[in-house]
Design a protein. Structure first.
Length: 89
């Protein structure tokens, strides 16, 4: 009975980790892509600031960082439960 519970914990934790972390990761990547496209457009139009390197990447917001870390933690829990499932059964 315990191996089935561990397998269920692994599946639920892994799926929840993906559902929590993936949207935050994609939002951060999409924002970076938009910022890069805006810089390229301004350079193409000749309105970019000359002589200065491109601005430093903003990174993730606090909420995105928390969601990605929560998703990663759930993934680690799922992986540990999966390893325990294989060890026990």
């Amino acid at each position: 009975m315990l191996p089935l519970v561990l397998l269920l914990v692994a599946l639920v934790a892994g799926a929840t980790g993906v559902l929590v972390g993936w949207p935050a990761w994609r939002a951060s990547q999409a924002r970076d892509a938009r910022d890069l496209n805006a810089e390229r457009y301004l350079a193409w139009r000749g309105r970019a600031v000359r002589g200065q390197p491109s601005p430093i990447r903003e990174g993730m917001t606090g909420e995105e960082r928390r969601r990605v870390l929560a998703g990663a933690a759930l993934g680690v829990i799922g992986a540990a439960a999966l390893v325990a499932f294989f060890v026990i059964s």
